[in-house]
Design a protein around this ligand. Structure first.
Ligand code: ATP
Ligand code: MG
Length: 392
């Protein structure tokens, strides 16, 4: 065989539940793509989440984090499960995911919502509204109301633990917005909404770049009519826009955006928004597609490796039964190739193979309808490999 022109190190974090099943499918697909495209992948499979807790006592072992940091991209399956639900607070599998995101310094979360023609009827929306939807939500991950770790703990009248942030960030580059929530029987909680100008600038640039790779339309979602922080957001996005004259920029208030997403989602190409608005809108957008087993995501940083993962969880109810839909993870691998490594052609191969496999009638249980071919995770993976290889 010819010597590969490019070599990439990819850290695989299978995690828990259906994670190992779907990661194994993605690994095989990447391996096959590599041989076709003349590139090479060096895979490093590392424990993470509950699997790592059982093995090492922590959800994100140091070796796992350093392997992830040293690689060109990270592909994660899923983490968590009933088994670890009653663990000590700081030893939850999910804590590992937060630590991983922090360690990789990712700040931009990309979540596409695409209604595939083969799966239109899975949408929660009417066929004529859902058909042809193909949008991407770019969410800022490090600022806003979620900023900082809870620094103190208290107990409310129901004995539930509550956390609050006692750290004050005040430099000339930040906007501080305090909100006070009063709960009966509780001390007032003060939340700081912090947006560094540089945080807005860098997410805006990722969003413009993303729009450029898509249909060249960007809609910035804010609440600039009410929130001071949002006024600044809009101002910065408009300034960054001058660097991207080829991208068509529009603005929308978040309440209207929530409505437009279910009224006429086809109007959107790329949406950029802050942490909390993005959290809510990306979940709303995902329901338009109707199938959790189909949805990939990417989290990108300034220069280091990106983190790619399906949006679904570890699905403990079907784990180990060969029932998981591997397509969300395969499409995450496609995002890894496109946004993480710049291997667009290889990414398109995976996307095309996924569509081809659906066209040939193969379905896992979550997207099955009468008259089609019901298959398990492994067989679905094998069919996608055949499509990649064009043996069909
Ligand atoms: P999270 O882990 O994100 O907090 P969760 O545990 O509530 O969420 P999931 O693990 O995503 O949710 O599972 C929700 C439902 O969707 C379950 O019934 C699960 O079986 C199903 N599901 C999730 N992912 C897949 C998949 N890839 N293929 C088939 N079914 C899936
Ligand atoms: Mg879960």
């Amino acid at each position: 065989a010819a010597t590969p022109s490019k070599s990439y190190t990819v850290t695989l974090l299978p995690g828990d539940g259906i994670g190992p099943e779907v990661i194994s499918v993605a690994r095989n697909a990447l391996q096959l793509i590599a041989s076709i495209e003349g590139i090479e992948f060096k895979f490093k499979e590392m424990p993470m989440g509950g699997a790592a807790l059982d093995l090492t006592g922590v959800p994100l072992p140091e070796e796992t984090l350093s392997a992830a940091k040293d690689s060109d991209a990270v592909l994660l399956g899923a983490i968590g499960g009933y088994k670890w639900d009653n663990n000590e607070k700081h030893l939850k599998p999910e804590t590992g995911l937060l630590q991983l995101r922090e360690g990789l310094k990712v700040f931009a979360n990309l979540r596409p919502a695409t209604v595939l023609s083969q799966l239109v009827d899975a949408s929660t929306l009417k066929r004529e509204v859902a058909e042809g939807v193909d949008l991407m939500v770019v969410r800022e991950l490090t600022g806003g109301i979620y900023f900082g770790k809870p620094r103190g703990f208290g107990t409310n009248e129901n004995g539930q633990e509550i956390g609050f942030n006692t750290e004050v960030y005040a430099t000339y580059e930040v906007v501080l917005l305090t909100k006070v929530y009063l709960t009966t029987g509780c001390e007032p909680l003060v939340f700081l909404t912090v947006n560094l100008l540089s945080q807005i600038d860098r997410i805006a640039r990722v969003a413009f770049e993303t729009a450029r790779k898509r249909r060249g339309k960007l809609c910035s979602v804010d609440k600039a009519n009410v929130l001071e922080a949002s006024m600044l957001w809009r101002k910065r996005v408009m300034e960054i826009a001058s660097e991207y004259p080829d991208v068509e920029l529009s603005h929308m208030y978040v309440d209207n955006a929530a409505m437009q997403l279910v009224r006429n989602p086809k109007q959107f190409d790329t949406i950029v928004t802050n942490n909390i608005f993005g959290d809510i809108l990306s979940d709303e957008a995902s329901m338009i597609t109707g199938s959790i087993g189909m949805l990939p995501s990417a989290s990108l940083g300034e220069s280091g490796p990106g983190l790619f993962e399906p949006i679904h969880g570890s699905a403990p109810d079907i784990a180990g039964q060969d029932k998981a839909n591997p397509l969300a993870t395969l499409l995450s691998a496609a995002m890894l190739l496109k946004y993480g490594l710049g291997e667009e052609k290889a990414a398109q191969r995976i996307e095309a193979a996924v569509l081809n496999t659906l066209d040939r009638g193969y379905r896992t249980g979550d997207i099955y309808s009468a008259g089609l071919k019901l298959v398990g995770c492994k067989e679905m993976g094998e069919e996608v490999l055949k499509s990649i290889d064009s043996k069909v």
